[in-house]
Design a protein around this ligand. Structure first.
Ligand code: SF4
Length: 336
């Protein structure tokens, strides 16, 4: 479908402007998609505390007039979020218990995760961090030196993971400073960045960002987060190509979500499309049981049946590992 002139104008703006113009009102998103909020199970109550937030670059990948669109389902606050389910909680993966000091989670041997920001460009309704107290725990500029000191002193740490929120929402200068500080630590071998921005706001991948990433002297890995092949388009492809051409290894992690990607065809096309964009389809996560997300759950038994069928269609390197995170475990648990 051809682009509306207002979309062309929007996409000509820089990433900060595109981010500032993200949809934050249910009515505006519905109007853009030619849908009536009255025809959808939307819930203003569900959006309180975790509001709607969708960049146009992601919304433009949705099918207009389709209330069942798999991308819309990922971002639309609906009444089902208010239902309670046994076993669901505010901190399903035990992150709070893993806080080593402000801004650092130390969960797995040899790796530490920095909570660089609490902000995201998009609010995914199934997110396990939707109830996370970022304001208290994110890494402020003033704590960065202490965190770098901690990593420098702990020789067992070989990998630092920049996470959030979305760490690529930090300014180029802040990213360059952080990577520069990490580069001076000789026992550190890898820096991994977990981000959804190349997928949902590809305009973020600028020459300035690539220059900031080039400050990193360790192996640099970017793990993107894409759940459905419709999230991939030429802009996303171009962003990923620039990252790839900069020598960065790209992996993808998806979450298995009811009504989004819980069928063999969707998973196969996703893997094929990711690989054609230079991204290795690495993890398929079972849903983390965060309060408000139970309607997305696919059971472990159904997930195993699905991935077995996927294996029958795809080579091993295109079949993601089916995993789940368990609070207190020493690693992610491989289901298959
Ligand atoms: S942390 Fe990732 S999954 Fe969660 S809302 Fe942000 S972008 Fe979405």
């Amino acid at each position: 479908m051809s682009e509306h002139p207002s979309e062309t104008l929007h996409f000509s703006k820089n990433w900060q402007q595109q981010l500032a113009e993200a949809f934050t009102k249910i009515e505006d998103l519905c109007q853009y998609l030619h849908l009536s909020p009255n025809d959808l199970p939307v819930s203003v109550a569900a959006s309180q505390g975790f509001p709607l937030r969708v960049p146009l670059s992601f919304a433009a990948c949705m099918e207009k007039g389709n209330p069942q669109d798999p991308l819309l389902r990922q971002v639309l606050p609906i009444q089902d979020e208010l239902d309670t389910y046994p076993g669901y909680s505010h901190d399903p993966v035990g992150d709070l218990a893993s806080v080593a000091q402000a801004g650092i989670l130390h969960k797995y041997q040899g790796r530490v995760l920095l909570i660089n920001t609490g902000s995201c460009a998009i609010n995914c309704r199934y997110c396990f961090r939707r109830n996370f107290p970022y304001a208290d725990l994110q890494l402020g500029k003033q704590q960065e030196d202490a965190v770098i000191q901690t990593i420098r002193q702990d020789q067992s740490i070989s990998e630092v993971i920049l996470s959030g929120g979305d760490p690529l929402l930090l300014s180029d200068a802040r990213i360059a400073k952080l990577l520069g500080q990490l580069s001076g630590i000789s026992h550190l071998q890898r820096v991994r960045i977990h981000t959804r921005l190349p997928i949902v706001l590809p305009a973020r991948i600028t020459g300035g960002l690539l220059a900031s990433l080039a400050v990193c002297t360790q192996q640099l890995i970017i793990v993107v987060h894409c759940n459905h092949a419709n999230e991939l388009n030429p802009r996303v492809g171009n962003a990923c190509k620039q990252l790839k051409d900069s020598g960065i290894t790209l992996f993808n992690q998806s979450v298995l979500l009811k009504g989004v990607n819980d069928n063999v065809a969707a998973l196969c096309v996703l893997s094929e499309q990711l690989f054609s964009h230079g991204i290795i389809p690495y993890y398929l996560h079972l849903l983390d049981k965060a309060t408000g997300t139970g309607h997305f759950e696919v059971s472990a038994a159904d997930a195993v049946a699905l991935i077995k069928q996927v294996q029958a269609f795809l080579p091993g390197y295109l079949t993601p590992k089916l995993v789940k995170e368990q609070a207190g475990a020493l690693s992610k648990l491989t289901i298959m």
